[in-house]
Design a binder for this molecule. Structure first.
Ligand code: COA
Ligand code: MG
Length: 296
């Protein structure tokens, strides 16, 4: 898989669930999530870790997830479970293995080595959630070259904990990290997913934070509850208005009378060739989402 096709693959919603929760894992096969993250880490109590690992491996091997990507999030290599989680996850061969608390590029390369025996298609996803990582974003993203790294996932809960920061509704304490993470990810061709919204029931607040995630440029958002899926999928899909505008821009630039022009007037707005590239990407994303909906 190249960076380009990972970028176009829809990853609007990535739903976490404790791999030890058999009911949730079973339900995941029918939920409208682009990505399912079987968690062995924060969502699983220490005494349940071995059972969760076995359940995650069994779920990947059993399949039945359709178009959904399946990701196993392992415990850190500095915990009693990390090495065994990585060995088992590599052997199971999910779409990706998500690793926590990566501080720098050496961390990426270390985890990458643990995946040496995994199928070639298995990618490495890393959490961005430590104070140290905030100062190594460029290097961590640069480790995409020569490793399986393809995607970053923001871990806002752990980052807030380490910072002793408050999770305000506007997420002001995290804005610099979020912006710089998207910039580093884009510079190196990574996919990047926003952090979770902890309030299960406040769907208005969820919608606002999804819109904020789109505004930042995130490809999608990680979620903790199925109730969040519909809103997240809608907000992270190109709107009908955006699709119509993009198609108009593409049509305008391909009209013979506009050949050789760099800037055009389309529906009363300026469109330059950079907008043409954006429009082409947006239409490609919309088509990929439509194709996924048919396949699901
Ligand atoms: N994935 C899949 N199914 C889920 C789910 C999830 N993340 N969260 C809840 N469900 C299912 C439940 O199994 C239940 O199914 P049922 O109706 O068939 O019984 C239904 O959705 C309703 O669940 P609800 O009663 O609202 O949830 P809860 O109060 O039991 O659980 C949480 C709340 C937060 C414990 C649970 O949503 C959860 O474990 N979320 C994921 C946490 C996680 O993985 N964190 C790590 C990353 S931050
Ligand atoms: Mg975490």
């Amino acid at each position: 898989m190249t960076d380009t096709d990972t970028a176009i693959r829809p990853r609007r919603s990535a739903l976490y669930m404790p791999a030890s929760n058999a009911k949730a894992v079973e339900k995941a096969r029918t939920l409208d999530a682009d990505v399912i993250i079987l968690d062995l880490e924060d969502a699983v109590a220490p005494e349940m870790k071995p059972a969760a690992r076995e359940a995650a491996v069994a779920a990947v091997k059993a399949g039945g997830f359709g178009a959904r990507e399946v990701v196993i999030r392992v415990n850190g290599i500095d915990t009693p479970w990390g090495a065994e989680d990585l060995r088992a996850a590599a052997e199971a061969g999910p779409d990706a293995v998500l690793v926590p608390k990566v501080d720098d590029a050496d961390g990426v390369r270390l985890y990458d080595q643990y995946l040496n025996g995994a199928p070639p298609a298995t990618r490495l996803w890393t959490m961005i959630e430590t104070a140290k990582a905030a100062f190594h974003l460029w290097d961590i993203a640069g480790a995409v070259h020569g490793t399986r790294l393809s995607t970053w996932v923001m871990g806002v809960n752990d980052f807030a904990k380490e910072m002793r920061a408050r999770q305000t509704p506007d997420r002001a304490p995290f804005l610099p990290l979020l912006t710089l993470s998207v910039a580093a990810a884009r510079a190196h061709g990574l996919t990047i997913l926003d952090g979770v919204h902890n309030d299960i029931e406040d769907l208005d607040a969820l919608e606002a934070v999804c819109v904020q995630g789109v505004d930042f440029g995130f490809d999608g958002k990680t979620l903790i509850h199925p109730k969040h899926l519909a809103i997240c999928n809608r907000v992270f899909s190109p709107s009908p208005e955006d699709i119509a505008w993009s198609q108009a821009v593409i049509a305008a630039f391909s009209a013979p009378e506009n050949a050789g022009k760099g800037a055009l007037r389309v529906d009363g707005k300026m469109a330059e060739r950079l907008h043409l590239a954006q429009a082409q990407r947006l239409v490609a994303v919309a088509e990929a989402i439509a194709a996924r909906s048919v396949a699901a």
